[in-house]
Design a binder for this molecule. Structure first.
Ligand SMILES: Nc1ncnc2c1ncn2[C@@H]1O[C@H](COP(=O)(O)OP(=O)(O)OP(=O)(O)O)[C@@H](O)[C@H]1O
Ligand SMILES: [Mg+2]
Length: 341
């Protein structure tokens, strides 16, 4: 599918894709963007939650700023001052007045990202400010009121966290007003080619290379992958291919190794192109890869889903010549759950 790299790319701050699940998302955005209602965006990592939050702000007509807060990254001691600011002399080192995130977002949008990672202390503070949109900066006597649209995002199941006693139910009900669920990329495979082509144009322009598109085998490999890291993983895979590749078309060999044709039967080739023995191992390989993808590459969970134990999974992988560590997308290699494998 040749794609001229010199044609103009659509802006990257728009959600691309035409799958009905994505169209439903943009329909809701159109309806709620200009209202003050708070929004919870859910979905797996890399599905476009942050992009959607910025899009809601852009379409809100609000003239203030878009202020992001990564809830898990706020240190306990600075929490209050980060969110609500402080006045000079409030504590050692507070030499001047400093506005917090809520005040910075006045007239705009405050995006509380990874809200499931908010500490119990932050949860209490959020509950209070969300009820009234009023707060006192640290050391101040005066109460401030702000007009900020609030958007939350999470890639965790907040209701399950509430049930497990790890997230406050009262905060959950305040957050859970309008919920937008971002579909996983594997649920909208028809959008892969459009997204890949877009990322190819952007990367080619960045790399100063003329790349026309993908070979049919590369497109088949992209379509067959499970994309546990969703659109972000696709973006990185295409970018890598553009920077590392040499030819005018991105081929399978330019894609990350876990997308390689040795493990994926390209639709254009088919089993007849290899020996019967090799062809017969493909379904087993694909089932293992699919289970690993679905379970974030957690070997235990994938083995359970396949009805085997972890040792058998390792043995099978070895027999099939699959190096699981090398095949695992890098996005998972650095994820915290890798410690528990
Ligand atoms: N529909 C889309 N169209 C174009 N680009 C997209 C789309 N969805 C996501 N992206 C791009 O994919 C990357 C990941 O998106 P984003 O950061 O919004 O994901 P996220 O859901 O917030 O992930 P996380 O849970 O890890 O924070 C970004 O570069 C974003 O621009
Ligand atoms: Mg995000």
């Amino acid at each position: 599918m040749p794609t001229p790299s010199h044609s103009v790319s659509p802006p990257t701050d728009t959600l691309l894709g035409s799958h009905p699940a994505l169209r439903r998302v943009t329909d809701v955005v159109e309806r709620i963007a200009a209202t003050p209602v708070s929004v919870l965006v859910t979905g797996e990592t890399g599905t476009g939650k942050s992009l959607l939050a910025r899009e809601i702000h852009r379409r809100s007509g609000r003239s203030g700023r878009f202020v992001e807060v990564a809830c898990g990254s706020l240190s306990e001691s600075l929490l209050e001052s980060e969110l609500f600011g402080h006045v000079a002399g409030a504590f050692t080192g507070a030499v001047a007045d400093r506005p917090g995130k809520f005040l910075q977002a006045d007239g705009g949008t405050i995006f509380l990202d990874e809200v499931a990672t908010a500490s119990p202390a932050l949860q209490v503070k959020l509950l209070r400010v969300l009820q009234t949109m009023q707060f006192e900066p640290v050391g101040a006597v005066k109460t401030h009121a702000v007009d900020a649209r609030v958007i939350f995002a999470t890639n965790e199941d907040l209701a399950a966290l509430v049930a497990a006693g790890r997230f406050r139910a009262d905060l959950f009900w305040r957050i859970n007003v309008v919920t937008i669920e971002m579909p996983a990329l594997r649920e909208r495979p028809g959008d892969i080619a459009q997204l890949a082509t877009h990322f190819l144009r952007v990367a080619a322009a960045k790399a100063g290379r003329r790349v026309e598109g993908f070979t049919p085998a590369a497109l088949a490999a992209l379509a067959d992958h499970g994309w546990p890291g969703n659109v972000r993983e696709l973006e990185h895979a295409v970018e890598r291919a553009v920077f590392l590749g040499r030819g005018p078309l991105v081929d399978v060999a330019d894609l990350p190794p876990h997308l390689d044709s040795a493990l994926v039967v390209p639709r254009s080739v088919g089993p007849a192109a290899c020996s019967l023995k090799v062809a017969l191992t493909q379904p087993e390989r694909q089932m293992i890869l699919a289970a690993l993808d679905r379970h974030g590459w957690r070997r235990d969970a994938a083995a359970r889903a396949l009805g085997i134990n972890r040792t058998t999974l390792y043995k099978k992988a070895k027999r099939l010549g699959m190096d699981l560590a090398a095949l695992e997308p890098s996005i998972h290699a650095s994820a915290p759950q890798s410690a528990s494998r």
